[in-house]
Design a protein around this ligand. Structure first.
Ligand code: SF4
Length: 290
């Protein structure tokens, strides 16, 4: 690696996702290789993605206008987030909320599976698909716990305005982004008018809805769904722990700042390599041949 090259440059990324950070707690080396080589999706990944799409369709307000450019794509996110947050305000569940933030000055993003209101508070739910009969032990749950706690922190940062519209607009250069003519025409055709035709206004609206979101619940929910049957195999309630998350983030960020190489799994967890697509190919750490 070029000594001047940052980790983000090496991985061809503009920012870090919540999934990247979560995966660091499964195998950091695998996360790095995933970003470097973007492997073709496995059958299990495709099945998981289809399940997410089906859940999404149940409680989702997609914008039907076709996007033609990156600004159009950004608009679509803001519009759909805004509609999802409106649903949430009405006491309905909201799914697939894109969330933005920053960690140690790095751009951070993620997609929350589900939000719902219980006892006047916003509850975060994360769905994970599992194989039938799979043991869900702490090695499996740790990355999910980090991920859901990170979502809790990102939403909190937005609610208390330590991450606001101005931060987002500055990082994503909203004032310079222009929606395509075709997209604007499409928005007009579905009767969107006035401030709904501006990317900046749409994000302002989205952030206002996020700031006004009901208080966040400290009890976070992980739901493990059987990949084949679609039934809930297990549920795990996790109490939000700021100190634990701060410790995990501090460790994770050492990698992104280039202070250390990516860590492979430790010896007692080398069983993870058996299901890793890089084992014996791009990663030889625990490979003994064969
Ligand atoms: S082979 Fe093992 S150590 Fe290497 S990336 Fe995969 S899980 Fe990590």
């Amino acid at each position: 690696m070029d000594s001047e090259q940052t980790v983000l440059e090496k991985l061809h990324k503009n920012g870090i996702t919540a999934t990247d950070i979560a995966t660091q707690f499964w195998c950091e080396r695998q996360m790095e290789l995933n970003n470097l080589y973007k492997p073709t999706p496995t059958k299990a990944m495709e099945k998981g993605a289809r399940m997410h799409e089906a859940w999404q369709a149940k409680a989702y307000v997609p914008l039907s206008v076709e996007t033609r450019s990156y600004p159009d794509f950004l608009y679509k996110i803001a519009y759909e987030n805004y509609m999802t947050l409106k649903r949430l305000k009405e006491g309905k569940e909201g799914r697939e909320l894109m969330v933005y933030g920053s960690v140690n000055g790095y751009r951070l993003s993620g997609k929350i599976d589900e939000l719902k209101i219980r006892d006047g508070k916003t509850v975060i739910v994360e769905d994970k698909t599992v194989k039938e009969g799979m043991t869900i032990d702490s090695a499996h749950t740790k990355p999910h716990i980090v991920q859901i706690m990170l979502y809790r922190k990102m939403l909190d940062d937005i609610r208390c305005r330590s991450y606001s519209y101005d931060n987002f607009a500055n990082v994503y250069r909203l004032s310079k982004a222009k929606l395509s003519e075709e997209f604007l025409k499409g928005l007009g055709e579905i009767n969107l008018k006035g401030e709904y035709l501006s990317l900046e206004s749409m994000y302002r609206k989205m952030f206002e809805e996020m700031h006004a979101m009901p208080e966040l619940c400290d009890d976070l929910e992980l739901r493990y769904v059987d990949r084949r049957s679609g039934t809930v195999a297990a549920e795990l309630k996790v109490r939000y722990d700021r100190d634990m998350l701060a410790g995990d983030l501090s460790y994770a960020m050492q990698y992104w700042r280039g202070e250390r190489e990516s860590a492979p799994v430790a010896g007692q967890e080398r069983w993870k390599c058996n299901s890793c697509k890089f084992f014996g190919k791009k990663c030889m750490v625990w490979w003994t041949g064969g």
